[in-house]
Ligand binder design. Structure first.
Ligand SMILES: N[C@@H](CCC(=O)N[C@@H](CS)C(=O)NCC(=O)O)C(=O)O
Length: 261
């Protein structure tokens, strides 16, 4: 039995971050897949592990660890294997700068768009009483609000506009930064790249007008280079939904502007 148990959903966003960090380090783990679309994360068995009812959570050495970015740092420090934080202090600062930016500012906007086009439509056709009962079981009030909006499709115009603005600006910032060095935050592959890939792996499909080989060549080069890593292939192979299968767009050697609509 592995010493690590990871409760996760798809290799996507917060779940994918510790999954990929563990695979990059070569750490075996017991995988417990929770189906977010089946509300598994709000069932009593999981609430006994993480009372907030959010994924991921990791068990190691008798401890329960939550918060995906903090889990990645823990995994990098505790286990042998390739180092995922640079040796230079300024580079480590840049890794943490980008991770904070993505977790707090850019990620929630990507997520709002993703919930409006994937999560909401995926569950909407279920019986209204079943959905209402599922929402009532959610422990965090802000997650209840997010689920209600996803299910009814009622995201406010102003918040969607702001999310689109952030995504467009974030893409421009990533493109510029990746023009400076091969990886996002240092000259080595790091946790910032793992974090960023989880956010942006399907960018040429989700934002075709903003990201393609002509408009954002640095981002596309970076995404393909990450996708070529064996740990990334192994991680995305654990995915079950069409959401994560979109990663195969990166197998195309060139994605022209206007090619994906
Ligand atoms: N800050 C937390 C956020 C965890 C989180 O909200 N995860 C989402 C999935 S990406 C979730 O569990 N959503 C379930 C729900 O809202 O019911 C982290 O980084 O681990």
């Amino acid at each position: 039995m592995a010493s690590v148990t990871l409760y996760h959903w798809e290799p996507n966003a917060n779940s994918g971050k510790p999954m990929l960090a563990l695979l990059e380090k070569g750490v075996a783990f017991d995988s417990r897949y929770l189906d977010l679309l089946n509300f598994d994360q709000h069932k009593p068995e999981y609430l006994a592990i993480n009372p907030q009812g959010t994924i991921p959570a990791m068990l190691h050495g008798g401890r329960v660890l939550t918060e995906s970015t903090a889990i990645m740092e823990y995994v990098d420090e505790v286990f042998p294997g390739p180092r995922l934080m640079p040796a230079d202090a300024r580079d480590r600062w840049r890794v943490r700068w980008w991770m904070k930016f993505m977790d707090q500012w850019l990620g929630p906007s990507f997520s709002m768009i993703g919930w409006s086009v994937f999560v909401g439509p995926a569950v909407r056709s279920r019986a209204p009483e079943e959905l209402e009962a599922a929402i009532e079981r959610i422990p965090l009030p802000e997650r209840r609000v997010a689920w209600r909006k996803a299910i009814t499709g009622r995201f406010g115009d102003a918040e969607m506009r702001e999310s689109r603005r952030r995504v467009a600006l974030g893409i421009r910032m990533l493109e510029e930064e990746l023009g400076r060095r091969p990886w996002l935050a240092s000259h080595e592959y790091s946790l910032a790249d793992i974090n960023g890939f989880n956010l942006a792996y399907a960018l040429p499909l989700s934002q075709p007008a903003l990201s393609n080989d002509e408009l954002t060549p640095n981002i596309l080069r970076w995404l393909r280079k990450i996708y070529a890593r064996p740990a990334v292939k192994a991680c995305w192979a654990l995915g079950r939904t069409g959401l994560v299968k979109r990663v195969s767009i990166l197998e195309q050697p060139h994605i022209a502007a206007g090619q994906v609509t």
